[in-house]
Structure formats: C-alpha cells, structure tokens
Design a protein around this ligand. Structure first.
Ligand code: ARG
Length: 597
C-alpha cells in the first residue's frame, strides 16, 4: 500500500520486493506489470504471500490462468528471494520467501530506529480537532472516545512525519454559559460581576471551583427546563456575554480557566496533550466579518429572518438542511463557530488537512460546515474530514454511565480500571516483588492500556460494550496482554545485557522465526493502512499479531539459553527488533509498558 499525497519513503518490505519481481515476470510475458502485486497469504500454512494477477491477465490475454501462472512461477523460482513458488487452485500464485530474504529483511529492521516503518516524503500541515469537552458540562463517553482516538491519530500522523497541531476546541460559548452566569447570580448576587454599571477591575480569583461548576450546571439546566422565563434569562445573559458585557466576560473567564485546569489534569492522567486550548469563543470575533462577507458575495440568504447558506445538493440521498449562519434572533451558534474556526485556522495555521474526531452522530453537522466552508472558499472540501466514531455502551446497550447512573468522570473511570488492574495483577501473580509505589504505577499503566486498547481495537465507527473485566484480562486481545508480552521482552533484554550477551547477525531458521519476521515485515503496511484510513484498530491488530508471533517464537526458540553463539546472538537481535517495534506501535496508541511486572 502506498501513502497518498506525494508518496512516502517506502520501506523495502518483502511484499513490495516480491511485487517488483512479480511485475518483472508479468512484463516479460508481455503483460501488465501491475498484475504482479503480492499480498500476505490468506493461508499462512501454505504460503507466505500470494498473487492473483494471473486470473486478471487470463481474461485480457484470452489464455488459461494456470498457464500464465505456470510461466510466472518458473521465472519467480529463479530468484534467490523465492524459496518456493507454486500454482494453487484456478491460477493463484503462492510464494514462500527464502530464509536468506527473511534474514536480510530482519537485519534491516533490527538496524532501523523506526523498526521498518516508513514516513511520508512530504510533510503536511495537519490540524486534529479532538476532545471537544464543554465548559462546566461534564465529560461524557463521546469526549473520552474522541480523546483516545484523536490522540492516537495525532501520534500516528506525527510519526509518519506530518506537522500536526492538535486543538481541544473547548465548547465555551453556548447557552450553558448564560445558564451558569445566571445561576451564580442567583446564589451570589453580591458579587461584582452582575452590576452592569461596574466595569472592573474584577477579582482575579475565581468565585467558583470545579465542584461548584459541576453542581451549578445541572441545577441551572434543570431549572431552565422547568421554567421558560428562567431559560429566557439564560438566553439573554448568553447574548450579553457574547456582546461583550464586562462583568459577564470576567466571570466567564473564570469558568473557562477553572474548567481547563480540571480538564488538563484529567487528560494528563490519560497521557493526552493538546497543542492548542482554543475554543468556540475564539471564532466569535470573526463572525461579523464572515457574515458581512458572505452577504456581500450573495452566498448567505435571508430566510424567515435568519441568514442561511443553502448547502443541499441534487446528489444528496437524504435531506441536508441549510447551514445556519445567524438565527432569527440574531445569534450565531454551533454552525457559525465551526465556520469561524475554519477561517481562523486558515489564517493562523493554513492546514492542508483538518481532521474532526467527533461522535458519528454529528456527521450531518460537519457535512453542513464543510460544504459552507468550501462555498465560502475557506477550505477545500476534501481538506476537511469528519472522523466519526460509534458509542461506548454500558451492559444495557445504552451509552455508558457510571454506576450511580451519572455522567462519566475520567478520574473515576481510571480509578475503576485501576482497581480491576490491581485485582488482575494479584490473580496472575504479577508485580509481586516490587515496592507498593511501583505496583501502583504498574496498575495505572495496565489500567490505561486496558481502556485505550479496548477502545482503539474496535473499528472506530462501530459501537462497543464497556466491560472492564474483559478489558483488564491478561489473556486474549487486550492491552494488558500486550504489556505483558512487552515486559517479557524487556526483561529478556535486561538479562542479556547483565550477562554481557550481545545481539548479532540475524539468521532465520525455525518456522516460528519465519513467522516473527513476517509479522515484523508487515509493520509498514499496517502503518500506512492505519494512516490512510485514519483507523487505529489496524495498529492494534498489528500489535496483537506481533505479540502473538513473539510468543510463538519464545516458546519454540531458546534465546539466552541457546548454546550456539551465532544462534543466541541472532535470536537476541530478533527479540530486540520486536521489542522496539512493539514499543513503537504501543506508543502510537498511547500505551506505555512498565519496565517489569
Ligand atoms: N463540544 C462539542 C460537543 O461536546 C464537540 C466539539 C467538536 N469539534 C468541533 N469543531 N465541532 O459535542
């Protein structure tokens, strides 16, 4: 697989080298060389790689596919890279690569600090908009998934060589602000923020804590639902805030800063960071200019007192309502702030690609925003991508809530996972001989690995069920299993250096060694597939396949106990190459293995 836009620094993988050979073989028969492409075999018991080109060639050349395959096989067999080539079924070409080719490739991966990965040849400026928490409103599972998936993508895109700017895009500008302002006013009318005549200076310390915000918002929201006039007050306060009323702005700053401090702590616990902590409010100053511009260019239309941009297309399969620039009350909302943000980013970052990692349920919103941005000329539509995802559900099949039925708190979630991880460590007899601090640190890493791997290993667009018990198991397709394999490699590497054993030239002999090298070799393709499709589960699959191949190797081939020196050194090198690659992939999904456990 190639990477797009300017191609990539292509790794010399076995599958690609075979493709070149295959291409030459087809060309020498007067056929299209692209028919010679290979892929990993569906039947690893029969072959390493397979090529289906003879079937396609047969149709064009009006010959039997087996005849063509036979001739290609003859040519392939002459190459030292090929141990065995044969025709299977109606004309598939099956190849086993030679030990020499595997050994050569393994040595290259061992020497490569990127463990066989490739990178893009031209770095792009990429914005990743993820996290998307809201001021005062608690985080929910949608934010958690956005954070985990977005962080993996930011790590992957950076690793591939792009110039990534991540932005948390705080929801800091909606009605919830007016709700909070008026709620604080009702509780503390004495504070200076509510005196319209007073213009400051306002106190520099926040009158509200994170706990206050968490209490005040649900309270305000419930009251406004029950009472229309309460809601109208909140609406007016929101409008006045947006219009710049000094006391409201000062109070709002406190809300934003208090929330941000709390969020930074939660995200840090997850090992996630953002380059920018911008928010919807940062787009607000651009909106009057945008409105004037779009009116002047005839792009915005007046509709029942509102300014809209029609974005429906004849080809639409379902209705796409107009983009709402200014509503009939003269206010701008979620559409407008996203459009303003596109323009802000164009001016400040000039991204070539923007990824919006947001719940699938906002697909229509982004469709409208992207079309409006393209119409306005702020971004090419192809440069804006909604990276949607499904929900994380509880055992009842509904979006996951905490045990109390409340909203998710990242901190509580991590604590729950840590408790499960501690129990699992005891059950597995792990992390026994270490200090209690170290055991705690190990439990934390196991917990984070469990949560992230469980989330990322699903195809991101599907829903999945939160099941801590399964996620924290050291067996099966889990984060803890991967950590465990990684720690085994680390302790082997540590023992080797204690014993003064050094890695040497890799010579692939055993079937389990072949399997391991084939797994190592597929890293480049897994990376480019994950990168192209913005699909972290492909990284998870690779990590799991690699760990399993290592497990097979470790069971079949003694490393330090091997008495033949060359063999011992070869196997040690293979272990170190695998360790490096596994740590790299785990790093791309935001997971870090402890030194021991
Ligand atoms: N704050 C929004 C929410 O909670 C998510 C923001 C997503 N990003 C964006 N540019 N709209 O739903």
């Amino acid at each position: 697989m190639t990477t797009s836009e300017g191609g990539s620094e292509r790794a010399e993988t076995l599958v690609r080298a075979l493709g070149v050979l295959g291409g030459q073989a087809f060309a020498s028969l007067g056929l299209d060389p692209s028919l010679g492409e290979f892929r990993r075999s569906d039947r690893p018991d029969l072959a390493d790689f397979q090529c289906n080109g003879a079937m396609t060639a047969a149709r064009a050349a009006k010959r039997s596919p087996r005849d063509i395959a036979g001739e290609v096989v003859e040519i392939l067999r002459r190459d030292p890279m090929v141990a065995d080539a044969e025709i299977a079924g109606p004309g598939f070409i099956n190849v086993r690569v030679s030990s020499a080719a595997l050994s050569h490739r393994a040595r290259r991966i061992f020497e490569d600090p990127r463990a066989g990965a490739e990178s893009v040849s031209r770095s792009r400026r990429v914005v990743i908009d993820f996290g998307g928490p809201n001021v005062a409103k608690p985080l929910h599972v949608g934010h958690l998934r956005s954070t985990i998936i977005g962080d993996s993508l930011q790590r992957l895109f950076r690793f591939m060589g792009d110039d990534v700017t991540s932005d948390v895009h705080l929801g800091d500008w909606g009605l919830q602000m007016g709700l909070l302002i008026t709620e604080v006013e009702d509780e503390r009318p004495d504070l200076p923020y509510f005196d319209a005549a007073f213009s400051g200076p306002f106190p520099s310390d926040s009158p509200v804590s994170m706990d206050d915000l968490e209490r005040l918002y649900p309270q305000a929201s419930a009251r406004s639902k029950a009472d229309g006039s309460r809601r109208d007050r909140a609406r007016r306060a929101t409008a006045e805030l947006q219009a710049g009323r000094a006391g409201y702005r000062a109070l709002w700053r406190h809300f934003v800063e208090t929330t941000q401090t709390g969020l930074e702590r939660e995200f840090r616990a997850l090992g996630v960071s953002f380059d920018l902590w911008k928010g919807e409010s940062d787009a607000d100053p651009l909106i009057p200019e945008i409105v004037a511009d779009l009116k002047a260019r005839g792009l915005a239309e007046l509709d029942d007192g509102a300014w809209i941009i029609p974005v429906a297309r004849d080809t639409d399969k379902k209705a796409v309502p107009p983009f709402m620039l200014v509503n009939s009350e003269g206010a701008s909302g979620y559409h407008a702030t996203d459009l303003g943000t596109v323009l802000d980013r164009k001016r400040t970052l000039d991204p070539e690609l923007s990824l919006y990692v947001v719940d699938q349920r906002q697909a229509l919103h982004f469709e409208q925003v992207f079309r409006a941005s393209a119409a306005a000329g702020y971004a090419a539509e192809s440069a804006l991508e909604h990276i949607g995802f499904g929900t994380m559900n509880g055992p009842d099949g509904k979006p996951f809530k905490t045990r109390e039925g409340g909203v998710l708190k990242l901190h509580d979630l991590i604590e729950q996972a840590k408790a499960a991880a501690r129990a699992r460590l005891i059950e597995a007899g792990l992390a026994e001989g270490v200090s209690s601090e170290e055991r705690e640190a190990i439990a934390t890493r196991v917990a984070i690995a469990a949560i992230k791997f469980a989330d990322l290993s699903n195809v991101r667009t599907t829903n999945y069920i939160f099941d801590l018990d399964r996620f924290t198991s050291f067996e099966g397709r889990t984060g803890p299993y991967l950590l465990y394999q990684c720690v085994r490699m680390k302790s082997l590497a540590r023992r080797a250096s204690e014993e003064g054993a050094a890695p040497g030239s890799i010579i692939v002999e055993l079937p389990a060694e072949r399997d391991l090298v084939l797994a190592l070799d597929s890293f480049a393709d897994a990376l480019s597939a994950a990168y192209e499709r913005r699909m972290p589960h492909i990284l998870c699959e690779h990590a799991y396949a690699l760990a399993q191949a290592f497990s097979g190797f470790y069971a079949a081939a003694p490393v330090l106990a091997e008495t033949d020196e060359a063999r011992r050194r070869s196997r040690l090198a293979l272990t170190l190459a695998t360790l490096r690659q596994l740590e790299l992939v785990l790093g791309l999904i935001g997971v870090e293995a402890p030194e021991r456990m």
